[in-house]
Ligand binder design. Structure first.
Ligand code: VAH
Length: 312
């Protein structure tokens, strides 16, 4: 049985749904620090779990005989800059709880999300390699880099089967933007439909690595289903699908909404974005467990606008 901690978050919401489609809804226990929407809670087994409460997590693992844990609870980059101490506490101690339960043999397999935020201003910006200088300058990035070190340590020293991916910016229509610097690329679609204009908090030429959520969920399931011996990297894998700038995503939207206008008003998040790579080399994921992206910018724009229009 699978437990998702942080099931109401941006990735957690879709991950819960797609894992349930694959394994059956009663094989996937969703949990979050607060109850999600009524229909989410009604869609399958749900438990209120605080990712910082070791005993709560242990109880749920024993109650449902959990074998795999996906730990998706964290504060994202922009929010973490406003709450450094809590962000470090939540992002790190939740990981230690799950890694320790796995070390004690109470959990068989762990998935933990890393991010391109582990790279910093001194990292090569284009086609950032798997192995390179990593001096993250954000609270979130520091927590992800440290988390990667601990995942690799628990695998090497205690044999814990933990697997991780450095997600690029993720774009989806099923949840609202949640404190990520890359979330301008989610908000822009909502605003294009509601206002036909968007004031972007990043400058027009800010290129960032991005991915449509369905690709990210498929990658997550593929790395977790891969044979353990094929998952050679136990810190976290670089993963890539596309890179684009606010100007390019606006042009993609204009193909559907010709009167759409974008303006630019960079704020504190510009500095965060400038510290990250513009594009990522994910050759190890492609070699080790056959990763291949399926969605490009125009395919994503079409799906985003179609699904968001239905929601309005
Ligand atoms: C954020 N969406 O913006 C997350 C992600 C690479 C970006 O880590 O914080």
């Amino acid at each position: 049985t699978i437990l998702i901690i942080g099931a109401c978050g941006q990735i957690g919401t879709e991950l819960t749904q797609q894992l349930r489609e694959k394994y059956g809804k009663d094989s996937v226990i969703a949990s979050d620090v607060r109850k999600g929407s009524a229909e989410f809670v009604a869609s399958g087994p749900f438990e209120v779990v605080n990712a910082l409460d070791f005993n709560q997590i242990q109880l749920i693992i024993e109650k449902y005989n959990i074998s795999d844990v996906y730990l998706m609870a964290a504060l994202l980059s922009a929010t973490a800059e406003k709450n450094p101490a809590f962000a470090w506490d939540l992002n790190m101690n939740s990981l230690f709880h799950v890694l320790n339960l796995a070390k004690e043999g109470k959990v068989k397999k762990v998935f933990w999300p890393s991010s391109i935020a582990v790279f910093g201003p001194t990292t090569p910006k284009e086609h950032t390699p798997q192995y390179t200088v990593m001096e993250p300058s954000t609270v979130y990035g520091i927590s992800k880099q440290s988390g990667e070190r601990w995942c690799e340590y628990y695998h090497t020293i205690y044999g814990v089967d933990v697997r991780s991916i450095r997600y690029p910016g993720l774009i989806s229509w099923s949840t609202l933007p949640g404190g990520g610097t890359t979330d301008y690329a989610v908000d822009i679609y909502h605003k294009a439909l509601s206002d036909k204009k968007y004031e972007c908090f990043l400058s027009e030429a800010t290129g960032l690595p991005m991915m449509y959520m369905d690709d990210a969920i498929r990658a997550t399931m593929e790395i977790m289903e891969a044979d353990s011996k094929d998952v050679k990297i136990r810190s976290a894998y670089n993963l890539s699908a596309m890179s684009f700038t606010p100007k390019e995503i606006a042009a993609s939207i204009k193909k559907h909404i010709p009167e759409f206008e974008i303006t630019y008003a960079p704020d504190f998040r510009q500095k965060i974005a400038d510290s990250w790579p513009a594009s990522i080399d994910d050759n190890y994921a492609r070699t080790d467990w056959n990763w291949k992206p399926e969605f490009d910018l125009d395919a994503m724009t079409k799906i985003m606008l179609e699904n968001l229009s239905k929601q309005k």
